[in-house]
Design a protein around this ligand. Structure first.
Ligand SMILES: [Cu+2]
Length: 568
C-alpha cells in the first residue's frame, strides 16, 4: 500500500502556533509572586477541572441527567463557537463534559437525554457492566429520546472515560466535543493521593489530548476525505483539555498526570523534555488502574482511547525553568512489510461517506415531552464551517503539546510508594490462542474478515472462560488500537514488533511498561501480533452482547468492529 504511506506522510509540516493568548483563565498574580508572562509558543493557561463548567468535577451520588447537546464555548480564547458537550445541571451548577468521579462499588443511575438531531448513546469506556448498560450502538437513541442507565461499578480505581458510540457517527460526535473523564477511586488510590498529597485539578491533573482542525473563526472542522476516512482524521494542532497551546504553572514538587488520548486517530509518543534533555518519570498506572509498582520511563506510546498515569518529579528543577510535553517523531508505518496489496484501492473503490463533509455542531433537537422545563436547544442548521488552511502533521510527526513552567520552590518531602497495588497475573501463554486478524480489503478495515453488522455475532465466548487471543495485524496495514468492551485483559506478549516498539521492551516478551497491569485497549502495529488473556467471568446472567473494535474512530465508523457475545 504505497499510496497509504504517501497519504500518511503528506503534509508533514508543523502546525502553526495559534496567535492570541488572551489568557481567559489566568489567575491574578498573588502578592508573593512576580507577574508571569508565558512564552508566545504556549500562551494559554491549561484548562483544569474545577468546581463547574467545562471539565467541572461531578461526584456521582444520586440519580442525574446528562444531556448531549450543542453548547457555546470558546476553544480559542475570545472566539466562542458551537460545539457538542455532555451537560449536567445539579445543585445550581452547570457542568460540561464533567469529570465524573465515584468510589468502587458505587452505583451509576443516570438518564442520558439525546438533544442532538441524530442518534447517540453513551459508552462507559473500561467499566465492567452488563450489555444493557454498556452503550452498545444497538441501543443508540434518536434525537430527543432518553436512555436510562442503572449499574454498579465494580472496577478498580483508574481513569476511565465516556464517549458516544452510535454506529457511523462516533468519530464525528467525539470530534465535535462529546466525551469526558470518569475517575473511579478505591482505598489504594486514596492511599496514594494521601502519600503524595495530591489534589485533583491542582497536582493530580488529567490531560485529555485531542488533535483538531480549527478554522480562523475558532470552529472545529470535521471534514474527512475518502483517504482520511480510511486512514483516520488527524488535526493540525493538539488541544490539551480543550486548550490550544497550553501552559501550566508548577512548583518544585511531584505532579501526577492522567493522560487520556481522546483523539480520533492520532497516536502519541509522549516524553517530557527540558531543552534537549529527556526527563525520566514514573509510570504508575494505565487503562485499568495502578501498576504493582512505579516504573521509570522516558517515552511511551499512547494510542487512541489508552490512558497512562505518570508522576513527574520537579524537585530538581530550578524556578524559572520550563519543561515541554512532546510527542516525539515515530514511523507510523515502520515494519509495514510486503508488496502493496493487490486490492490497493483507487479513490473510486473506496467506501462512500458515513459522516458527511464539513459537519459541525450547529444542530440540535428539542427536549422530550417529560423535559419541557429545560430550555430547547438550537435547531438551526448553519452553513458548513470554513476550511482550515494550516498543514496537518502526518501520523508520527513530532509535535509539542504543552509547556510546564516551574515558578516557585516549595518544600516537598514525600516519597513515591514502592508498592502501589497487587496485580494477580492470569496464568497463560500465547501457545493456543484464538486468532483475531486485522486486515483490509478495498480500503475497508476488517476483523477476521468481517465488518460490523448489528445482527451478527461473529465471536461467541462462554461466560467464565479464560481465553488467549492473538491479535495479528497484517503487514500492509496501519497501527490499530484494539479495544474490547465489558472486560479488561492482560497483555502477554508482543511478537514481530517494529524496532521503535522493541526499544521500549522491559521483558523478554516484548512488553512495554505501558502494557503492564490491566488494559482495555492495546496498540497493534503493522505486522505485529499481540497476545492478550481475558477472563470472561462476570456476574451477569443471560447472553450479553459487547463489542471488539479498532479505536481509530474512522476505522470503527467504517465497520472495523464486531459483536462479541458472552453466553451466560
Ligand atoms: Cu484501526
Amino acid at each position: 500500500m504505497t499510496s497509504r504511506r504517501t497519504v500518511l506522510i503528506a503534509g508533514a509540516a508543523g502546525a502553526a502556533a495559534l496567535a492570541g493568548g488572551i489568557g481567559w483563565w489566568r489567575a491574578p498574580p498573588s502578592a508573593h509572586e512576580p507577574p508571569f508572562t508565558p512564552d508566545a509558543a504556549f500562551p494559554n493557561p491549561l484548562r483544569l477541572p474545577g468546581g463547574d463548567g467545562l471539565y467541572g468535577i461531578f461526584d456521582i451520588g444520586n440519580h442525574f441527567t446528562i444531556v448531549g447537546k450543542p453548547v457555546t464555548e470558546a476553544i480559542v480564547p475570545g472566539k466562542p463557537v458551537t460545539l457538542l458537550a455532555y451537560e449536567i445541571e445539579a445543585d445550581g451548577k452547570r457542568y460540561r463534559n464533567p469529570l465524573l468521579r465515584m468510589k468502587t462499588g458505587g452505583m451509576v443511575r443516570a438518564k442520558f437525554w439525546n438533544a442532538l438531531e441524530e442518534t447517540s448513546i453513551i459508552h462507559w469506556h473500561g467499566l465492567i457492566v452488563d450489555s444493557n448498560n454498556d452503550g452498545h450502538p444497538h441501543y443508540a437513541v434518536g434525537g430527543g429520546e432518553i436512555y436510562e442507565y442503572d449499574f454498579p461499578v465494580p472496577n478498580r480505581a483508574a481513569t476511565y472515560w465516556y464517549h458516544p458510540h452510535p454506529h457511523h457517527l462516533t468519530g464525528k460526535q467525539v470530534y465535535l466535543g462529546l466525551g469526558g473523564v470518569f475517575i473511579v477511586e478505591d482505598d489504594e488510590e486514596l492511599a496514594l493521593q494521601k502519600a503524595l498529597d495530591l489534589a485533583l485539578g491542582v497536582t493530580d491533573i488529567p490531560l485529555v489530548l485531542h488533535d483538531r482542525r480549527i478554522n480562523e473563526k475558532g470552529e472545529l472542522v470535521f471534514a474527512p476525505t475518502d483517504d482520511e476516512k480510511a486512514d483516520g482524521f488527524l488535526g493540525e494542532q493538539v488541544l490539551v483539555n480543550w486548550t490550544p497551546k497550553p501552559y501550566l504553572e508548577a512548583t518544585t514538587r511531584i505532579y501526577r498526570f492522567r493522560v487520556l488520548n481522546a483523539s480520533n486517530a492520532r497516536v502519541y509518543k509522549l516524553a517530557f523534555k527540558s531543552g534537549e534533555h529527556t526527563l525520566p518519570h514514573q509510570l504508575i498506572g494505565n487503562d485499568g488502574g495502578l501498576l504493582e509498582a512505579p516504573r521509570e520511563v522516558r517515552e511511551l506510546f499512547v494510542s487512541p482511547a489508552e490512558r497512562i498515569d505518570v508522576l513527574l518529579d520537579l524537585r530538581a528543577q530550578p524556578p524559572g525553568s520550563a519543561i515541554t510535553l512532546h510527542s516525539l517523531a515515530f514511523d507510523a508505518m515502520e515494519h509495514q512489510g510486503g508488496p502493496p496489496a493487490a486490492d490497493t484501492p483507487t479513490a473510486a473503490a473506496r467506501p462512500s461517506a458515513h459522516a458527511g463533509h464539513g459537519a459541525h455542531a450547529s444542530y440540535g433537537a428539542g427536549p422530550p415531552a417529560d423535559q419541557n422545563a429545560a430550555a430547547p436547544v438550537a435547531t438551526a442548521v448553519a452553513p458548513a464551517p470554513a476550511p482550515v488552511t494550516r498543514a496537518v502533521p502526518a501520523l508520527g510527526v513530532a509535535m509539542e503539546l504543552m509547556r510546564i513552567h516551574v515558578r516557585r520552590k516549595v518544600a516537598f518531602n514525600r516519597a513515591v510508594p514502592e508498592k502501589l497495588s497487587r496485580i494477580m497475573p492470569i496464568a497463560a501463554n500465547c501457545g493456543t490462542a484464538r486468532i483475531i486478524t486485522l486486515d483490509h480489503v478495498k480500503m475497508v478495515w476488517r476483523i477476521n474478515g468481517h465488518t460490523y453488522a448489528h445482527e451478527t455475532t461473529p465471536i461467541t465466548v462462554k461466560r467464565g472462560a479464560v481465553e488467549v487471543w492473538e491479535i495479528k495485524n497484517v503487514p500492509a496495514s496501519m497501527p490499530h488500537p484494539f479495544h474490547i468492551h465489558g472486560f479488561q485483559f492482560q497483555v502477554l506478549e508482543r511478537k514481530h514488533s517494529p524496532e521503535q516498539q522493541k526499544a521500549l521492551a522491559i521483558n523478554d516478551k516484548g512488553l512495554a511498561a505501558s502494557d503492564l497491569g490491566w488494559k482495555d485497549t492495546v496498540l497493534v502495529w503493522p505486522g505485529e501480533s499481540v497476545c492478550i488473556v481475558i477472563d470472561f467471568s462476570h456476574p451477569f446472567y443471560g447472553n450479553q452482547v459487547y463489542m471488539i473494535h479498532c479505536h481509530n474512530l474512522e476505522h470503527e465508523d467504517q465497520g472495523m468492529m464486531l459483536n462479541l457475545r458472552i453466553e451466560g
